[in-house]
Design a protein around this ligand. Structure first.
Ligand code: ADP
Ligand code: MG
Length: 958
């Protein structure tokens, strides 16, 4: 109660302070900080007791959220149930409200939420308003969980009331004596507005306001108040001075910070520019690198293609080279073949020469053989030996073909023949010399071998021989068949044999089966050869058939009776071997004859004492032998007419005597002295025959050997010629191939060199690219580093900004306080204002820094704000630059430079337009001014970048 009285008196005092709104920062007697009260005279009380002596008469008392409360206690106030409210909810509690006196039920119900109270039936005038509160909802707090404003007649009466913070939960709190004025409408509106949480109210009490005190009291009260406020103003001034000092210090530190900031800005600008330059350089380098890489790739592709093409070319060339080498090798291999060919040809030529020589020798030989005379002397027979006949034949030089006839004791007649056979020479020796001539029959020559001599000198022995010791006929024919056998691959021969006898100039065919055959005559055929029509020509194929034919002829030979010789000696026995040969190679056919003639005895008729037939025989023999001698003589004398027809013998032998025929005559002589004359006759005849030049032998239609040789020679010559040509061609092609190979080799070498060169270039370019990449990576590292530095700088700036913000806040507060005090001064009195101004001036004069600070503060504040804004702008733009590119960043950085320059401009005439070129000048160390800022700066920058680029280009190109 006592407390209530005190409060009432206090309230009275406060009531006097009119309805002026002011904030009370002091604490009341309850120890409650009532700074939240906005109505002068109102107060906050912890107690919940409803004092009956409360100031003023209670007009209305509403139990908010509750029912009527009857007046049980001393108060005598009737509390009505909740009414006149708009909105909100009700909450009630059964918990005990501590220290609430007798009206605990008032606090146990509350209206809460979005609500207000409107009392409409009040009369015009002033009232006191008491509001009752208790925290019954958030009983566990904490403080500040429910904060709300109370507006009375739409004017703030209580600001940010927090019941819990004052009294805690379930304890009463009331705001008393809120003076309100109700207008003519009689409406009182009490509004509750939640700041944090929802407002609550337990009760509302409207009381009558006491009457207004008189003026004196009011003046006293005012004086009290004024002194109180003056004290407060003084305190505030002191605080203001302190704050000014603090502000000055803060300002100084801010200035230093701004300086630092400027430095940082400069550094940032520099770094930004460097960064920009680096980014540009990097961009340039990147472009270059891309170009280089592209070029490199392009060149790489080109060179790869070129290398592949070259590789293919090389492959092709290698293949060609291999082919050419093969060809060259073939040619080279052919060269030895050519040597072989040449040597073969040379051999053939040598062979040919040899053959030629042999041929010539053969010709000579055969020429010798054409007309050869061999002399054979029989041994003395037993009769002659027994008769004591001496040998008249000297064989001492028989090897040289000389034979001597000892005609007297001191005289000796010498004869020379082609061969001389002594009595002891056998048939083999005699035949051996005749064989070559016989063999030439197979070559187509006509050959005539006959034995001439006195009867009993061995003509028949030489020609026929004995069975044990066969003579010329058998042996030569045997040799003939052997040769035919040897040559059967080249020649096919048909040999036929005719055996004739010319007796008394009559030709007898000894092979004729019938004795009474008609007379045979010699006829000349159309081709010039002579033949005997009707004669038997027995075909023989081997020597035995020949022998049989010879035997048959021998048996058929007429046998005469004579004292000296038998019949055979009186007739010429003639064997004609006809050889028809066909050259199987050139189909050349030859027909040649071999005459083997055993002549009749050449002894003179005088010696023979014969008559009649015998005489006729002898005459015919002599005639025929004479005719033979005549023919030979005619041939020797080369007379145009050769008397072949003078005897059957010469007529038959016409083909085989002279001309192209070969003749061999065996002159048979007897060594006995008794036959010496006949021997000399025979030798003379033989000498006459031998001395006859019968002319060169002529091959009878058989030129096969020669032709063969000739053809082989021609062939060889042609071969040689063609081989020579081929060799020449080969040599030429070989030379051309060599030239080609050399050329290909050269090309190959050149291409190899090119390839090596290209590979070198490729390596160099690859190295260059690597260097570029390295350089780019270095640049990007530098950029990263710069970014890192920038971010550091930004951090620093932010820190500085934060610091500055912290320092600016007290300044702001001081400014507010100052304005507030001036306002108050204006409102109270002019004197106070004068005093206040004086005091302020004094203070300011006392501390000129305060004046400067206070004068400059707003302007600087705005500058700072601008600075801050520019920094923010810078940061924002820098970020944008990081995103969008270099150009924007550059512009923003220049803008920030401008901002920061404005901030620290010493003149108060607003923001100084800093020349950005100077900033660049600082960065680039260029002293030239730039009248047009951005464009020229950009140009300059572009120029510099260009220059740097050019420098960089030169560096790269180097
Ligand atoms: P021609 O035929 O000349 O009348 P032959 O041939 O009938 O003579 O010979 C007469 C004889 O002399 C024969 O008994 C023969 O054997 C012999 N005679 C001839 N020549 C020789 C000789 N060279 N060696 C041995 N005996 C011979
Ligand atoms: Mg005889």
């Amino acid at each position: 109660m006592k407390e209530g009285q005190e409060q009432a008196s206090e309230m009275e005092n406060k009531d006097l302070s009119s309805s002026a709104h002011s904030c009370s920062c002091s604490r009341n007697e309850d120890g409650i900080d009532d700074s939240i009260l906005c109505v002068l005279g109102s107060k906050i009380v912890r107690s919940g007791l409803l004092d009956s002596n409360a100031s003023g008469k209670v007009l209305k008392f509403v139990n908010a959220g509750g029912e009527d409360i009857q007046n049980d206690g001393d108060s005598g106030i009737c509390i009505m149930h909740d009414q006149a409210f708009k909105g909100g909810d009700i909450l009630r509690t059964n918990e005990t409200i501590l220290e609430c006196g007798s009206l605990s039920s008032l606090y146990q119900s509350v209206r809460f939420g979005n609500f207000y109270y409107q009392f409409d039936d009040l009369s015009c005038g002033d009232y006191f308003l008491d509001l009752y509160f208790a925290e019954i909802i958030n009983t566990n707090g904490p403080e500040g969980i429910r904060v709300f404003d109370i507006l009375v007649q739409d004017e703030l009466a209580v600001s940010e009331l927090d019941v819990y913070s004052y009294v805690g939960a379930n304890r009463p709190l009331k705001v008393m004596d809120i003076r309100v004025t109700v207008g003519l409408d009689g409406v009182l509106v009490i509004k509750f507005k939640g700041v944090i949480g929802t407002p609550v109210v337990s009760g509302i009490c409207i009381k009558e306001a006491p009457k207004v005190p008189d003026t004196l009291l009011f003046n006293n009260l005012r004086t009290k108040h004024i002194s109180k406020y003056e004290k407060k103003i003084e305190e505030l001034n002191t605080r203001c001075l302190m704050k000014t000092n603090e502000c000055y210090e803060a300002w100084m530190s801010l200035a230093s910070l701004n300086k630092q900031l400027e430095k940082v800005h400069q550094e940032l600008d520099k770094k930004s520019f460097e960064n920009h330059c680096l980014v540009q350089a990097m961009g340039l380098q990147e472009t270059k690198l891309k170009d280089a890489t592209r070029k490199h790739d392009h060149e790489k592709n080109y060179w790869i293609t070129a290398i592949n093409a070259l590789g293919n070319n090389i492959k092709i060339m290698k293949q060609e080279q291999t082919k050419l080498s093969c060809k060259a090798h073939e040619c080279a291999n052919l060269v030895p073949d050519m040597d072989i060919v040449i040597s073969g040809i040379q051999r053939q030529v040598a062979q040919f020469e040899d053959l030629k020589q042999k041929y010539n020798e053969e010709l000579l030989k055969r020429r010798k053989l054409y007309n050869q005379v061999f002399c054979r002397c029989r041994p003395l027979d037993k009769h002659e030996v027994s008769a004591g006949h001496s040998m008249v034949v000297d064989f001492s030089a028989s090897k040289d073909g000389d034979i001597g006839i000892v005609t007297g004791s001191s005289t000796k007649k010498l004869y020379r023949f082609d061969r001389v056979y002594a009595p002891n020479d056998g048939q083999v020796d005699v035949v051996a010399d005749a064989l070559p001539m016989v063999i030439s029959v197979l070559d187509g020559y006509n050959v005539c071998i006959f034995a001439y001599g006195q009867t009993g000198t061995g003509k028949t022995f030489t020609m026929e021989g004995t069975e044990q010791d066969r003579g010329v006929n058998y042996r030569t024919l045997a040799a003939l068949f052997d040769t035919v056998e040897e040559r059967k691959d080249i020649f096919s021969c048909m040999i036929s044999i005719s055996v004739l006898e010319v007796y008394n100039e009559q030709i007898r065919d000894l092979l004729a089966t019938s004795r009474a055959s008609k007379k045979l005559e010699v006829r000349q055929a159309s081709e010039g050869s002579h033949h005997v029509p009707g004669i038997v020509e027995a075909k023989v194929e081997n020597i035995s058939e020949v022998w049989n034919a010879l035997q048959a002829g021998n048996n058929a030979r007429a046998v005469g009776s004579n004292n000296v010789n038998d019949h055979s000696s009186r007739s010429h026995c003639m064997i004609c071997i006809t050889v028809k040969a066909k050259n199987l190679i050139n189909d050349e056919c030859t027909k040649s004859k071999l005459w083997l003639v055993d002549l009749a005895g050449s002894e003179r008729l005088a010696k023979t004492d014969v008559q009649g037939d015998r005489l006729k025989e002898a005459q015919n023999i002599n005639r025929s032998l004479s005719a033979l001698g005549d023919v030979i003589s005619a041939l020797a004398s080369k007379t145009t007419h050769v008397p072949y027809r003078n005897s059957k013998l010469t007529h038959l032998l016409q083909d085989s005597l002279g001309g192209d025929s070969k003749t061999l005559m065996y002159v048979q002589i007897s060594p006995s002295e008794k036959d010496m004359n006949e021997t000399l006759c025979s030798l003379n005849f033989a000498t006459r025959v031998r001395g006859v030049e019968l002319g060169p032998a002529k091959k009878q239609m058989d030129t096969s050997e020669l032709q063969k040789l000739k053809s082989s020679l021609d062939k060889a010559k042609q071969d040689l010629r063609s081989k020579d040509e081929a060799l020449k061609k080969l040599e030429e092609s070989y030379q051309s191939l060599e030239v080609k190979i050399k050329y290909k080799d050269q090309v190959h070498k050149n291409q190899q060199e090119k390839l090596d060169d290209l590979v070198g270039q490729l390596e160099f370019k690859t190295q260059l690219c690597k260097q570029l990449e390295k350089h780019t990576s270095q640049l990007s590292d530098e950029v990263k580093e710069n970014k890192y530095i920038c971010s550091d700088l930004q951090k620093k700036i932010k820190e500085l900004e934060d610091k500055r913000t912290l320092q600016v806040q007290p300044l702001k507060f001081a400014a507010q306080m100052q304005s507030f005090s001036s306002e108050k001064s204006n409102n109270t009195s002019k004197e106070r204002k004068t005093w206040s101004t004086h005091t302020s001036m004094e203070v300011m004069n006392h501390n000129p820094r305060v004046l400067r600070a206070s004068n400059r503060l707003p302007g600087h504040g705005s500058d700072l704000l601008r600075g801050t804004e520019s920094l923010r702008e810078l940061r924002r733009k820098h970020d944008a630059h990081n995103k969008s590119g270099v150009e924007n960043s550059f512009v923003s950085s220049s803008a920030s430079v401008t901002g920061s320059a404005c901030l620290f401009d010493g003149k108060a005439s607003g923001a100084r337009q800093i020349d950005p070129s100077k900033a660049f000048a600082r960065v680039t160390r260029t002293a030239k001014p730039f009248p047009v800022v951005r464009n020229i700066m950009n140009k300059d920058q572009a120029q510099r970048v260009k220059e740097r680029g050019a420098v960089n280009t030169r560096l790269w190109s180097r």
